[in-house]
Design a protein around this ligand. Sequence first.
Ligand SMILES: Nc1ncnc2c1ncn2[C@@H]1O[C@H](COP(=O)(O)OP(=O)(O)OP(=O)(O)O)[C@@H](O)[C@H]1O
Length: 377
Amino acid sequence: MTAPPRLALDRVARTFDGVAVVDDLSLEIAAGEVLCLLGPSGCGKTTTLRIAAGVERQSSGRVLLEGVVVSDANRHEPPERRSVGLMFQDFALFPHLDIAANIAFGLSGPKRERGAVAERFLERVGLKGFGGKYPHMLSGGEQQRVALARALAPNPRVMLMDEPFSGLDNRLRDAVRDQALSILKAEGTAVLLVTHDPEEAMRMADRIALMRKGRIVQTGAPYNVYNRPVDREAASFLSDVNVIHGVVRNRQTDTPFGLFLTPKLIDGADVEIIVRPEHLKVDLGENGPPAANVKTGVPAAGTVVRARFVGAESLIEVRMEHDGARLISTVPGAFLPEEGARVWLSLRRDHCHLFPCRVQSHVSDPYISTDARTAAE
Ligand SMILES: Nc1ncnc2c1ncn2[C@@H]1O[C@H](COP(=O)(O)OP(=O)(O)OP(=O)(O)O)[C@@H](O)[C@H]1O
């Protein structure tokens, strides 16, 4: 028999003043798994986490820990009875307690045992010997690691983390979160991590749950969420995107970059082809336009309006000749064509995502028929 998920939210909703902040949201997290709840500010991430912790009570739905209902319409276990660890951005260490006492604070049992556990977790986070110091004597990164040790010391079955690393500068953040991740993995803790930072989510998560307006709109491994977005908003939340517009004619969309088959869409439907900057190829075309091929379609010409070296890659902005639109390409290394140079752009067609526009100018429903859509899905 498979073990029940460490944490499950089952059709959870929360309204404030009649507004649904969390709306029919379900998720499950297994032991040793990191699920990142990723979404823009105000989409309901923190409220979801607070419901999981028991700090907030949902308006409807259930919260289960290891298959046991801890909150539904009839019961509500308080946070301290849920065996969940909490770590927030504004983690407050107790200033009047030394580091060892801070870590031992939530532990039960004889003082000596609590002290030994605190020592062990200090060592785990690389702060052996810091037990007698006080919080103000530690750097931000060290304090964050103490907060992690404090959250882990009671051996929680589930760890709930809300933007826990956002107070740290970039380099320190990478080091602290990599260390946190390896400890959490070693402990086999189920982790729900809330963030609005796609890079953090992709770095930390086994699965990302992309959230918008109180709902999860897509869940999957980071690679899949990045490479198979469900819609334009999902694509553009994870990185900058280029948008190429087209209109369906005879079941296909003709663009300056070649034809795209659109068999499910009706003639006249407006479509958007979304492509990330790293999937847009730049060619100087010194010997004329590069040849069209199956992988990259037809190259289209434009003029370089900006070329910048930004470290591991270069960023090239091109104004297209066919419609004046500006497209951005990122290419590895220091490839810097002259501003004003004529170049050819082509698309990695396997990384293009085609969606009907949300607002249509010629048709009311872009799909051929509801039946056709259902059959095709
Ligand atoms: N106690 C409350 N009373 C009324 N409205 C609330 C309450 N808590 C949250 N909200 C509202 O619910 C919405 C979602 O808030 P929440 O903090 O869950 O979003 P979030 O995605 O975590 O945002 P951020 O990334 O900015 O922290 C916001 O519009 C917020 O103002």
